[in-house]
Every structure is written in C-alpha cells, then in structure tokens.
Design a protein around this ligand. Structure first.
Ligand code: UDX
Length: 426
C-alpha cells in the first residue's frame, strides 16, 4: 500500500515509521519545511527513544520520504492518515483548523479512491465534518471513505505503544472501509474494536479523561495522607492489586501535564456542555490538578520560611520522564511561583534546554544543587533516582529535598543527613 501520513508530530512520525515496519511505502507530509528537511536528513526534531534509528533505517531503504508538496503526495497515495494537531482553543474546545485544511486539500486533489483515516484526537462528529468538507471540494465525485482510528500512544513510549497497543479502535459508517484499515494492522495481536466513528472518537476522550481522573483521585488522597501521616504509595499498591482498579495511573505527584490530558479533559467538558450535560466530576479533576503545583510550593515554604532570595534547585523541566516536551509541565508552574516569590532558581533537565532568562540552567545535577536551600524534584527522571545523594548533601547549603514525584527512598536520604519531603508521605 502507498500510505500518506499528514502531520509530522509525535503521532504522525511514529505512525509513518510503524507503517513502514508493517511493510508499507510511506510519504510524510507537513507544512513546516524545517521539520521536513530535518526528517529527510534523518534527524528527529523531538526526543523519542528508538525512533531515530528507525527513521534512518527506513530512509536508507527508501521506505519513507518526507515532503511539503500536498498535491503530489495526495495523488500518489491509496490511504491517507490525518495526524495533524488539534490544540486547545481559548474556549477549551479542540481547534479543528488544521483538520479542516487537510480535508479541503484532499477534496481538491483527490484523483482516485482514497481511504482516509483520522488518527488525531478529534471531537465527536469530526469524521462527518471531514466527509462533508471533502465532498464540497471533490468536484468529480470521486469515491472515498473516512475512518476514525484514534491513537493512544504515550510520549516517551511512542514506538512500543504504537507497535503493541492494548486495543485498536476503528470507527466508520462503512464496515468495508473499517475492515481495510484493520488489514493494515494484521501483524499486531491487539483486540480490534469495530464501531461507529462517533463512538471511536468518544472512546479516545473518555479514556484520557478517566486516566486523568485516576491521577486526580490519588493526588487528592495524597493530601489526606499528608495530614494523616500515611504513605500514599502504600495506599496505591494496596488499591492497585484489586484487578477492578489496576495498578496504573495511581502514582501521586504534581499533577498530570503534557499535550493530551489537559486538552482532552477540557474538550470533553466543553462537548458535554454543548449537549446539556454537566460532567462535574471532570471539573473537579481539572481543579485538583491545577492546585497541585501551589500545594507543593506551600509545602516548601512551610519548611524554608520566606522564599525570597532563597536558592532553589529545580530538577526536571519535562512534563514526565522520557520526553523533551514541557507543554503544561507542572515544573514550569512551580518555577513561575518561585520566581514570583523572588527565589533564585537553578534548573536541570537531562534533555530539555530552557529559554527562560530568569533561571540558570546547569548540565549536571551537582552544579545545580551547589549552595541551594532546597532541591525540588519535578520530573521522574531515572538519573535523579540513581543520584549519589551523599554527594548532594556535601554541596547544598541546607539539606532539604522535596520530591514532587515520590521517586526517592526516604530512609536512604535520611541516612545521609537529608530532610526528605514527599507527596502524601509520613
Ligand atoms: C497520554 C495518554 O496516556 C495516551 O494514551 C494519549 O494518546 C496521549 O496522552 P502522554 O501525555 O504521553 O499520553 O503521557 P502519560 O504517560 O499518559 O502521562 C500523562 C501525565 O500523567 C504525565 O504528566 C504524568 O507524569 C502523569 N501521571 C501519570 C501521574 O501523575 N501519575 C500516574 O500515575 C501516571
């Protein structure tokens, strides 16, 4: 099959390379010339483990090419994956301008039957909108089908999630078209859910919102654990062993961030209101999440006193480990609070370089923590777990460590003379 993938972000680039692995010839299309040049040179412009080797291997074997020329790309393909971004509008809705533009181009340039697959996270009803836009622009009434196939991959695990998904959801009004899409994934063992487009679209929002809810639940409970002197990680373990609950997404911390959860929860809330339904539970999920960075800062100031002129080391800028993405990262909110309180902020991240002028960034942790009044762990990087904390103790001014991700062992830190504060920890 000749496959075109439109939108070379995390989802599009990963989808394209995974389709190459499945034996298809792929063209990657994007309007951003810099992205396309970089990909054609074998360089990813974002950090994702395993993906760069795959890119070079498929470029060398001529299984994938990248272009900005939409007409040629559309006309030379049988299947088109739409993977463009759907960022959040000011009113909380998903912004569909890129999806609409792509649909318009497909309609304008369609030259023979095309199977169009929407992978981007899009509001319920978008497959219908895309169909209508293509029809309006498709003067010769060339046949096509639109299928919804939401992507569930996580940043930092993109490749393994895309090749070994828990499930494949395929929605369409035409079961023949849905079957054609399922045949693209014959090498995968995941169960396939065949349904309508609207259901497939809602499954994606419902899944992300439920995971966000799990995180907010455990985060709210961690506040109670703080007061009651109970360890939230032991609560998570005890709860997670119940199969009906499951052990995942029960790690208390600074709240969820990233490009998906915050935007998808807001989009589902907005959609539900349009239908006259108030998903008030999700309003709570959002407000608990937004309260976490300030709660953490309050914990720091209860111990340090006034934060003005205090030197604080912030370890981690990415919204989670394994990625260089800082979108909606709790770490940035924490830095903002510290700067507003006139603290002196020193930062470290193994892969992110900040452009913030008000902070000083270091390339190694020991330089970052030298002479500081407190160390704040804001991202769950492995490097921080493996750190020799006795060395940290030697160079800091005051031995206070606030672990916003509960990744360190309190007893080990206490042994070397550090005062350790976790989230929901005795
Ligand atoms: C998420 C979904 O998992 C994925 O299916 C979807 O396609 C895109 O959105 P991603 O944003 O890459 O993926 O990150 P994920 O690993 O799901 O984590 C989201 C946020 O939740 C991170 O900020 C993470 O630190 C936080 N989190 C996760 C917790 O705070 N506790 C947990 O137990 C799990």
């Amino acid at each position: 099959m000749n496959v075109l993938v439109i939108g070379m972000g995390y989802v599009g680039t990963t989808t394209g390379l995974v389709l190459c692995e499945q034996g298809h010839k792929v063209i990657g299309l994007d309007i951003d010339k810099n992205k396309i040049n970089s990909l054609n040179d074998g360089k990813l412009y974002f950090y994702e483990k395993g993906l760069d080797e795959l890119l070079i291997s498929h470029l060398n074997r001529e299984n994938i090419t990248f272009t900005t020329e939409s007409m040629d790309a559309i006309q030379s393909s049988d299947i088109i994956f739409i993977c463009v971004g759907t960022p959040k509008n000011e009113d909380g809705k998903a912004d569909l301008q890129y999806v609409r533009e792509v649909a318009m181009l497909i309609g304008r340039y369609i030259n023979n039957y095309k199977l169009i697959v929407i992978k981007s996270t899009v509001p319920v009803g978008t497959a219908e909108t895309v169909t209508n836009i293509i029809m309006e622009n498709n003067r010769d009434h060339i046949p096509f089908d639109v299928v919804s196939n939401p992507e569930f991959l996580r940043e930092g695990n993109a490749l393994s999630d895309a090749t070994n998904p828990d499930r494949i959801v395929i929605g369409s009004s035409n079961m023949e078209a849905a079957k054609m899409v399922s045949e693209l994934f014959t090498k995968m063992t995941a169960p396939i859910v065949m349904t309508t487009s609207k259901t497939a679209e809602l499954v994606k929002y419902a899944s992300n919102s439920f995971l966000a809810l799990k995180i907010s639940f455990i985060n709210e409970l961690s506040t109670l654990c703080d007061r009651m002197n109970i360890d939230i990680d032991e609560i998570s373990m005890g709860m997670g062993l119940d199969h009906r609950i499951g052990p995942y997404f029960l790690k208390a911390g600074l709240g969820y961030g990233g490009s998906c959860f915050p935007k998808d929860v807001d989009a589902l809330l907005t959609t539900s209101k349009e239908y006259g339904v108030n998903l008030s539970i999700l309003e709570q999920v959002v407000s608990i999440n937004e309260s976490k960075p300030l709660y953490f800062i309050e914990k720091v100031s209860r111990t340090l006193g006034e934060l003005k002129n205090k030197r604080i080391a912030v370890l981690g800028l990415a919204f989670k480990s394994g990625t260089d993405d800082t979108r909606e990262s709790p770490s940035l909110r924490i830095i903002e609070y510290l700067l507003n309180a006139q603290s002196i902020v020193r930062v470290h991240d193994p892969v992110v370089t900040t452009s913030m002028k008000e902070v000083e960034q270091f390339t190694n942790v020991i330089d970052t923590v030298r002479d500081v009044d407190a160390v704040l762990i804001c991202t769950d990087w492995e490097e921080y777990k493996q750190l020799d904390w006795s060395k940290v103790k030697e160079v800091v001014k005051q031995p206070f460590v606030f672990d916003g991700r509960n990744i360190l062992n309190k007893d080990e830190l206490t042994k070397v003379g550090i005062h350790y504060y976790g989230i929901g920890k005795p």
